[in-house]
Design a protein around this ligand. Structure first.
Ligand SMILES: [Fe+2]
Length: 573
């Protein structure tokens, strides 16, 4: 059985859920938000389509739900680019790398939600973070004027800038800023990407600052930015490599790396350094490549990181209509456009990066045959929880040979063990101990029709301790609270709630749509307290970027539509 067909066939819609098993606790609060690519266009690679934000309220009877029921809401992110696409869809073409247009590329903002204080952002690797209204979920603004990012990642015209960034910027509670990345294409001496650290201060309003990493050019992407109190941690994700052969219409030739560089930058190196000045990082090599890694905030005894390995998980490979799966069967048409799933079990590592010796010291590793498709995890994101993390909860989606193409298997011949890809295996929610990566608990999803997706941690009794930060529960760290596990299925979407300290006991409560509604592909999720109002702040307007030079880079015939979108967006805050 491949992944549920509803991943690509279910609509984005609002509905209500009800408790169908167990008892919903009264000491859970707040909301779970998700990013999701819509299906606006039949697109070769579905993860490049315009983004939606989805929200599940964890308190019954809120956000318009009937008493005792739970609201699910989904909103299209109506960025300037999406508004232009709505008006001028024929001006946008698609390829394996998403939308192209004379107006500029899309900022799909479809990958991850990022709550920050009372504000809500969504992110994408190929665009700036976008701020949404935390009450209505409507688009508010993009982060940082295009010029303050140092211009586009590649010279090109258009009113929509091409800015390669990170889908996982991180909020710094000490500095009240967001750390991200910008990548610039370079062609000399070889084709590659040059990364820069990006800092967005809430107080800066419309500007970001950036500092290129001195002497660094690489061939991958920077999906995650992580941090400790004193250090920023960047890495070549190594799982999504821009392939010039593919970009110019040929077959993909590049494969993912065996090991990747990790770059450490001391935050104080950037204090007072003018934007645009290079900064020298410390480089440490680490294996396997990873899309997601999370530093412990407290670095008094070292830079300790959960490194979620993506062994033989090549996110640049997607399923095509004429593909056969690894067993020679045609790919399910409903799976076309989804990514090629993991071709090996994946490692999770607790690693200490030592900037003095340049070594990566592994303190604990977990990798067993059932660890297929490790992609998404849940942790306590409060400052207290990140300072002293206790438990790390991981969703494994199981082995899905129906979603691995023969084409991929051929490209990775000699690196994959086909015997490991014979059978489908259940998805599992697993809990690991921080520090050792010892497996503490595991719950299996034996129905292979269940596709478990991005979990999140919801603290118990959030906000009841006046000495804690706003997002912290009674005992921060990841054990005192709930793991919320969404389950996508053609039988209807479910939300399963676990006691974070006892995931192995199974769910304590289950929600299901009152009409067994299905939900389409969801990417990352996050937990946040319920906020209803937009924080008062200075923000970038689309019209601020429409200089004469920018407008002159697109044909005159589209200027009317652009001005109309700019007027609409001027009214948003
Ligand atoms: Fe991600």
């Amino acid at each position: 059985m491949p992944t549920p067909r509803s991943l690509t066939t279910a609509p984005h819609a609002d509905f209500e859920l009800e408790v169908v098993a167990g008892t919903w606790p009264t000491d859970i609060s707040g909301e779970m938000v998700f990013s999701s690519p819509q299906r606006c266009t039949p697109m070769e690679y579905a993860i490049f389509d315009w983004g939606a934000i989805c929200r599940l309220s964890l308190e019954p009877g809120t956000r318009g739900a009937a008493p005792g029921r739970f609201a699910w809401q989904s909103r299209s992110i109506q960025s300037p680019g999406k508004r232009l696409w709505d008006r001028l869809p024929e001006q946008f073409t698609t390829s394996g790398t998403g939308y192209q247009s004379v107006l500029g590329p899309a900022n799909a903002s479809n990958t991850a939600p990022l709550p920050w204080g009372g504000r809500l952002y969504t992110t994408w690797d190929a665009g700036r973070p976008i701020e949404l209204h935390p009450g209505t979920l409507e688009f508010v603004a993009e982060v940082g004027h295009r010029d303050s990012w140092g211009g586009g990642s590649m010279p090109m015209g258009g009113v929509l800038p091409f800015l390669l960034s990170s889908a996982h910027p991180v909020a710094d509670p000490d500095r009240d800023c967001m750390w991200s990345v910008k990548l610039d294409f370079v062609f000399e001496p070889t084709f590659g990407m040059r990364p820069a650290v990006v800092r967005y201060d809430a107080a800066d309003g419309t500007q970001v600052r950036y500092w290129p990493l001195d002497g660094v050019v690489f061939g991958g992407s920077t999906h995650t930015v992580s941090q400790t109190r004193d250090w920023l941690i960047l890495a070549d994700s190594g799982n999504f490599k821009p392939d010039p052969a593919e970009m110019f219409g040929g077959d993909r030739e590049l494969t993912i790396d065996h090991e990747v560089p990790v770059w450490l930058i001391r935050k104080e190196q950037l204090d007072g350094l003018p934007s645009g000045s290079p900064v020298a990082p410390i480089t440490i090599m680490m294996a396997p490549p990873s899309g997601h890694f999370y530093g412990r905030w407290d670095d008094s005894d070292g830079i300790s990181v959960v490194w979620e390995g993506m062994d033989l998980m090549d996110l640049a490979l997607y399923l095509k209509p004429d593909d056969l799966d690894v067993h020679g069967r045609p790919i399910d048409p409903a799976a076309v456009g989804l990514y090629n799933m993991a071709m090996a079990p994946e490692s999770i590592v607790e690693v200490l990066f030592d900037p003095d010796t340049g070594r990566a010291i592994e303190r604990g590793v977990h990798r067993e045959d059932w660890n297929f498709n490790l992609q998404l995890s849940a942790m306590d994101w409060s400052t207290e929880g990140m300072s002293r993390p206790t438990l790390h909860h991981v969703t494994y989606q199981g082995c899905r040979p129906g979603n691995i193409s023969q084409r991929a298997a051929k490209l990775y011949e000699g690196r994959i063990d086909l015997d490991q890809l014979r059978e489908e295996t259940p998805g599992s929610l697993a809990t690991f101990e921080r520090g050792s990566m010892a497996l503490k608990a595991r719950w299996d999803y034996t129905d292979l029709g269940d596709h478990i997706t991005s979990p999140t941690f919801a603290p118990r009794d959030c906000g009841t301790n006046a000495s804690h930060s706003a997002y912290a529960g009674g005992e921060p760290g990841g054990h005192d609270g709930y793991v919320v596990q969404p389950v996508l299925s053609d039988d209807g979407f479910r939300v399963e709630l676990f006691d974070a300290a006892a995931v192995g006991n199974g769910p304590i409560a289950v929600l299901r749509g009152t009409d067994r509604e299905c939900v389409p592909l969801l990417l990352h999720s996050a937990w946040m307290p319920a906020h209803h109002d937009l924080v008062d702040a200075e923000r970038l307007r689309f019209s601020d970027e429409l200089s004469d030079e920018v407008m002159a880079s697109v044909p005159e015939e589209f200027h009317g539509a652009i001005r109309e979108v700019a007027r609409e967006c001027d009214e948003l805050f």
